[in-house]
Write a protein that binds this ligand. Sequence first.
Ligand SMILES: [Zn+2]
Length: 274
Amino acid sequence: MPELPEVETIARRLHSGQGAIPLPGRRIVQFSTSWPRHVELPSISTFRRRIKNRVIQSVGRRAKYLLFPLDLGALIIHLRMSGDLYLRPPDAEKDPYVHSAFHLDNGWQLRFSDARKFGRIYWTRDPQEVLENLGPEPLEDNFTAEVLQDHLHARRRQLKPLLLDQSFLAGMGNIYVDESLHRARLHPLRRSDTLKKPEIERLWESIRTSLREGIRHNGASIDWVYGGGDYQNHFRVYKQDGQPCDFCGASIERTVVGQRGTYFCPGCQQENIA
Ligand SMILES: [Zn+2]
């Protein structure tokens, strides 16, 4: 599933136009879909009316959502499992997973490729209607180690499922949680209220470093259609089971936490606190 760095990469590409046409300033003339269930809000017929002739003001991101403020309301897209969004001229060959497309005033199309069809599209006057219950953005200045400490100590949950919880912290998924926990040398099952200050500072730093590294590599291309990044070549633990840890040489292990495959180093990430 695309996580914060992949969604951020897509947002930046659409904003800048991928070397072709920037999306801001373009007017949507038509929406076409072969999978109407992509549209979650409002009804598909109302959506078509609301979206028609709206001008895209900018492209941004909140958590794993792509945000397109319009001259009236906002378009919001969640890529879910396998989604990708890109701009193509009208005569460009259509990949078989493009189920929805926004036709723009200059003839280009914003295509929503989504092999598994779990993606969702929203139009709303108030983005908060869709974006409620999201935790802080980990790369924003107001997300400090102190904020993380308060939130960790207010819960009594294992780190892995807690960091995946979008109401606790926005934008992280399986890849970046595992990478962050390894970087911070914390076991995925460690309980959040037992973390000491130096551990919390390591975790805070590790989350931000992992996400920034991911963005620097244009995200990771793995398990889904999005193919723009190469962070998968720099994973420390994710899907590296059996490989030696870069730090201690121990063999990376895979376990299952809350039904999610979880990768960690048994040398660096000890479960019991000394
Ligand atoms: Zn290790």
